[in-house]
Design a protein around this ligand. Structure first.
Ligand code: NAP
Length: 326
């Protein structure tokens, strides 16, 4: 069996396969997480933006109380939302988020996007996601990435986060952060699937000791269910589950196309965090380390790359485009 963890630059071990919490409803999150732990998941990928940290934490706490796992066997990733990049807000939000999980500390804290937006008091708004049709949620703020990064470093000093990293960043900003980082840039979480392989970004990160996690491993599948502005790019795009090289490999190894897509990443030491609200698919997605693709099969799947990015605020926020991937 292949190695099931990645050693982060912080020295901590991060599971190679985890469970993604975006679009897991608040109402079912505690049970979903509890059942995911029963199925064998140990990493949970959350965010303030997903609005289910408290409930996910309750599921984990129940599993700990019932003796299924210990705290140290669980790995929590969560993320700082764009409206909280100022030093004092980043620190306050991390504490608030850690309290919501109720697990004593956050294993990995990520800056969700490389863009600072104006502060929104979390007490006055339920949900400051940028897809709420309100200019206030996407008004840029002048906060340098360095200020936010250094606030995150102070979270490590204070034991609130064990490791820190970023998400949706490109190589130039990673090189820049590395010039002043006092605590290592341990992780990069990016959209990564055969339609958006980003080979040079993955290579740059891995060469620099930054562990890569792929999100939206199933490509368009996650986006077709979103509101029109967010699903537009995914509509009409053939599902990766139906792509010929994926189906061929699935047939050869007797596994589902979903497992092929996840193995395509994990075999290259890229962590995955598939999300499923279905117990059968959730269990299936965990079983992705026990078979190997040939180099030719990996390359045939990578050849599906069309630079097609679904999570692009330069595209789905037409009134306030944030062209962070330009
Ligand atoms: P995903 O895991 O690629 O896909 C989820 C979709 O695939 C859902 O529609 C799910 O439906 C379906 N699915 C799951 N397992 C399947 C299987 N075995 N066979 C067929 N369909 C299956 O997409 P994602 O949620 O976008 O990405 C995963 C995680 O990455 C998120 O939950 C989140 O934690 C993280 N993420 C991070 C960012 C970021 O900006 N950092 C952005 C997006 C996502 P069912 O639920 O019905 O199974």
């Amino acid at each position: 069996m292949a190695k099931s963890t990645i050693t982060l630059a912080s020295g901590k071990e991060m599971p190679l396969v985890g469970f993604g919490l975006w679009k897991v409803p608040k109402e079912t999150a505690a049970d979903t997480v509890y059942n995911a732990i029963k199925a064998g998941y140990r990493l949970f990928d959350g965010a303030y933006d997903y609005q289910n940290e408290k409930e996910a934490g309750e599921g984990i706490q129940r599993a700990i109380t019932n003796g299924l796992v210990t705290r140290s066997e669980i790995f929590i990733t969560t993320k700082l939302w764009n409206n909280y990049h100022r030093r004092e807000h980043a620190i306050e939000m991390a504490k608030r988020q850690s309290d919501a999980w109720g697990l004593g500390y956050i294993d990995l804290f990520l800056m969700h996007f490389p863009c600072a937006l104006k502060y929104i008091d979390p007490a006055t708004r339920q949900y400051p996601a940028w897809w709420i049709d309100d200019s206030g949620t996407v008004a840029p703020d002048n906060v340098p990435i360095r200020e936010t990064w250094e606030a995150m470093e102070s979270l490590v000093d204070d034991g609130i986060a064990c490791s820190i990293g970023v998400s949706n960043f490109q190589a130039q900003s990673l090189y820049d952060i590395k010039t002043y980082a006092r605590h290592p840039l341990s992780a990069l979480q990016i959209e990564h699937h055969p339609y958006l392989a980003q080979p040079e970004l993955v290579q740059m990160a891995q060469e620099n000791g930054i562990a890569v996690t792929a999100y939206s491993s199933f490509g368009p599948q996650s986006f077709v269910e979103l509101p029109p502005a967010f699903s537009k790019r995914a509509r009409g795009i053939p599902l990766l589950f139906d792509a010929e090289p994926v189906r061929a490999v699935a047939g050869k190894y007797g596994v589902s196309p979903a497992r092929v897509l996840l193995r395509w990443a994990t075999q290259r030491n890229i962590a995955v965090i598939p999300k499923s609200n279905n117990q059968t698919r959730l269990a299936e997605n965990l079983d992705v380390l026990g078979f190997d693709l040939t180099t030719e099969e990996i390359e045939a799947i990578t050849a599906l790359d069309r630079g097609l990015r679904f999570n692009d605020p330069g595209f789905y926020l037409p009134d306030y485009p944030l062209r962070i991937f330009a």
